[in-house]
Design a protein around this ligand. Structure first.
Ligand SMILES: [Zn+2]
Length: 182
């Protein structure tokens, strides 16, 4: 998704921030306030989502937002501070697809080092094939493996998760897939 812009102002006092290695034995440049000397640590963000499925088909959402407007994705988004990974994944599925689901096991965990993100996808059993897409979604639709628009998938984490899902489905056993991208 996005690479984060640098921090410009201190969250503590609003002062200007510079990137430098702090004096406390740290080894990485950090955003350090020039006035109150607060060090602002930046860490990876969690993206949480689901693989909603029904009778061997998977639910995809056509994005109504940038980046990748008009491309297809699994329901997923940034985890909020007051929720667990599974709660966030269920919330995103409701917001983006209006889908009724039963959450299942964690299915993929993907490090996307280049943009400082970790993506978590849970399998989720659809309780109905009626969807009510939110404002971020143009269309929500079920796809068989043969129908998946592989060249129109918004993100590599989604494409790889879908490939693992259909491979596992064919084998009749769902594993947990942990891998790294870029
Ligand atoms: Zn400050």
């Amino acid at each position: 998704m996005f690479r984060r812009p640098p921090i410009l102002h201190c969250r503590n006092c609003g002062g200007a921030v510079v990137y430098r290695v702090p004096d406390d034995g740290d080894t990485k440049p950090r955003a350090v306030c020039t006035l109150c000397h607060t060090v602002h640590y930046e860490n990876p963000l969690n993206v949480v989502g689901t693989v909603p499925h029904l009778d061997g088909r998977v639910l995809l959402c056509k994005r109504n937002i940038e980046p990748r407007w008009g491309k297809w994705t699994l329901p997923a988004g940034f985890m909020e501070l007051d929720e667990t990974t599974a709660e966030g994944a269920a919330r995103e599925t409701d917001e983006e697809a209006g889908a009724r689901i039963e959450m299942q096991a964690l299915f993929s965990v993907i490090n996307v080092k280049q943009v400082g993100q970790v993506h978590f996808f849970y399998r989720a059993r659809l309780l109905s094939d009626a969807f009510a897409p939110g404002v971020e979604t143009i269309e929500a639709r079920l796809f068989t493996e043969a129908q998946i628009p592989w060249d129109e998938i918004a993100f590599r984490t989604v494409r790889d998760t879908l490939r693992h899902f259909f491979d596992d489905q064919r084998r009749g056993h769902f594993g947990m897939h942990h891998f790294d991208i870029g």
